[in-house]
Design a protein around this ligand. Structure first.
Ligand SMILES: NC(=O)c1ccc[n+]([C@@H]2O[C@H](COP(=O)([O-])OP(=O)(O)OC[C@H]3O[C@@H](n4cnc5c(N)ncnc54)[C@H](O)[C@@H]3O)[C@@H](O)[C@H]2O)c1
Length: 345
């Protein structure tokens, strides 16, 4: 699994042409078709498959539609699928590639910051089943990941900011010096300045994934912020809020840091300084609501054993502990405390 930064559409086209595939299909969602395919690749003979944008497309129905499209167009084993989109397109496209004709070739060209820094790399593919996220999937690495920051120019600022959460996660887990430097003046880099951050996040992920591709041990570290973050994301979105993945992860990291402090694993000043930076980047909502549902969602999380929740917690900048068992009662107290002090002021 390799990644390459390419600066122009023509470099991307020649990279794809080098593959000598029998056919090339670009998989896009409605937005990436308009903003990322038409302006750069329309004049080439690539075929396209366009799916609706949004998380609800990561479904069995869409999976079937993509496979049918490949089949009626005689896609054979040497077909190349090019996933041009955010994490949603990369996840479903990767899954299709892993099972269509028992596996075809694919390339990811991520077009969101989240997909560039995280989702496109690492070989995890996924579909959702109803509201249960990523419950179907496979480990099937892309042949290549092609990164071009010009795609980010059309991305909504909210999506761009959300993607930066995964970069913060990487710095906190693996790059303490870079985090210290960043936290002196924390702000979102402009698109033309983001490449070093994407590179850093990918290099960190590459180191971990190479050691533990199937997420048996060390790769679990990448779930930092995601136990509570995923639960908040699932519950809030089921209640009609539109919380982006990265926004939930900013919140999840802050709450998990608070838990690490309560467990005596993370020093108070470190916890506070990290959480202040997270809060500057994503002003956390004043109170957390739907706590019983969030606890219920945590219990169902696939990372759990029995009645304790297993979490990855920071013990310092650049240091973490895997599989820390945390009692549900302490989590409940932490979530409630997070909401309460501000109410009683
Ligand atoms: N496989 C993994 O390792 C992994 C890791 C993290 C997240 N994920 C998955 O990634 C998904 C979230 O990814 P995401 O945040 O990229 O969301 P997304 O793919 O849904 O994209 C967000 C929105 O931006 C639009 N968009 C994408 N690129 C654009 C561009 N360049 N210009 C204009 N609009 C553009 C999309 O159409 C969509 O509306 C989730 O399904 C999550 O489960 C997977």
């Amino acid at each position: 699994m390799s990644f390459a930064f390419l600066n122009t559409p023509s470099e991307i086209i020649s990279e794809i042409e080098k593959s000598n595939a029998s056919q090339v299909f670009f998989l896009c969602d409605e937005n990436t078709y308009i903003h990322c395919f038409l302006p750069y690749f329309e004049n080439h003979t690539f075929q396209t498959i366009v799916i609706a944008s949004g998380e609800s497309s990561k479904s069995i129905d869409t999976f079937e539609m993509i496979c049918s499209h490949l089949s009626v167009n005689y896609a054979d084993k040497n077909t190349l699928l090019v996933n041009l989109g955010g994490g949603m397109v990369c996840d479903i496209g990767g899954f299709v590639a892993s099972v269509y004709k028992r596996g075809i070739r694919f390339i990811n060209i991520p077009t969101t910051l989240l997909a560039m820094a995280d989702a496109a790399y690492g070989g995890k593919t996924a579909l959702n089943l109803g509201s249960v996220k990523n419950i179907i999937g496979s480990f099937y690495p892309a042949e290549k990941i092609i990164l071009s920051d010009f795609f980010l120019n059309t991305l909504a600022p909210k999506e761009y900011h959300s993607g930066f959460a995964e970069i913060c996660k990487s710095m906190l887990l693996f790059a303490p010096e870079e985090w210290k430097q960043f936290s002196q003046n924390p702000s979102y880099p402009a698109v033309y300045q983001v490449k070093p951050y994407v590179k850093l996040a990918l290099q960190c992920k590459q180191n971990i994934v190479e050691k533990d591709p199937l997420e048996k041990n060390e790769r679990l570290s990448l779930n930092y912020g995601h136990s509570i973050g995923h639960a908040i994301e699932a519950v809030y979105n089921s209640k009609g809020f539109s919380l982006l993945h990265g926004e939930a992860i900013f919140w999840g990291m802050a709450l998990e840091n608070l838990l690490a402090f309560k467990l005596g694993l993370l020093q108070e000043d470190t916890m506070q300084s990290i959480n202040q930076v997270l809060q500057t980047l994503y002003p956390l909502p004043i109170e957390l609501v739907h706590i019983p549902e969030i606890l219920e969602a945590l219990k169902n999380d696939k990372k759990n054993d029995n009645d304790t929740i297993q979490m990855v917690l920071l013990s310092d900048l650049g240091k973490y502990l895997l599989k820390v068992p945390v009692a549900l009662g302490l989590i409940q107290e932490t979530l409630e405390n997070y909401a309460r002090p501000k109410q009683s002021n």
